[in-house]
Ligand binder design. Sequence first.
Ligand SMILES: [Zn+2]
Length: 328
Amino acid sequence: MPADAAPGRLACSECGRTVADRWRCECGAPLNFADPPIPDHPAPDAAAGESLDTGDGLWAFAAFLAVGDDPADRVTLGEGMTPLVDADGWDAEFKLEYVFPTGSFKDRGATTTLTRAQELGVDRVVEDSSGNAGAAIATYAARAGIDAAVYVPADVKESKLRAIRRAGAEPVRIEGSRSDVTDACVAALDGDDEGGAADGTAAAWYASHAWNPAFFEGTATVAYEIARQRGWEAPDAVVTPLGHGTLFLGAYRGFRRLDAPAGSTRSPGCSARRRPASPRSSGSSTGRTRPTPTGASTTPPTGSRSRSRFAGRRSSTLSPRPTATRSR
Ligand SMILES: [Zn+2]
């Protein structure tokens, strides 16, 4: 970071306490960046000779990110600016998130989370994941030269284990429910349930895709990219998979932030869909009994949207509130 800059402080979403860094507030609520940057205008001012260098991938939107102020701190593999393609017959566009370095949108959050770790001088990160987030965190930790351990369910897919090991990270298999995996990971945080010292000196730092606000800075870039690819015009609706809600909440936050400077783009309706339970996933393995910062694993928020919204129905009255629903 520049000599006069410090990693962004965090503020509690419930009690308003601010801290230098920790994975959740003392009161148990999730933390967000206290002062996220809000540029004067999101779209480059062509008349003023401004342009956006898309060669920087999602870091082209650095002015919107609360991490990576100094390019030297950025932990990047050239991720982002994924294609947005027309889908004939759907009256919709698809964002091809599988072209990321590790094959999933989790790289959006991994690049910003490991950048935050770099800014804080972290030596070792831990994460718990049953899928793509573990591989993404492991890969970006390797890029940063930071040790990583990824706690996974004992029955995790072999392909996920291979991806974690290939990155040089240590997979730690945990028997029990998905919540048990998270509990074991948290217990590894220097023996401190709250994540160790608030000054970033903890032996292990929780690079959680569900809790770390730096992760959501990254997933918010999907909104910036969509807006830019549509001529700084927000779509009527965005539909995302749900899971832990990391992409869903990131998109929602991103469009809200784009909306902040003088209503430069209009927030679309955001709708999330959860795939039907498969024989492999029981109620406990989805973490439904555990509160999460996203709320995605608890009762869905108000309302639900049908697939007809995905069919491109035009409306000027879409609620900016996110909604979630389960697919049948
Ligand atoms: Zn609090």
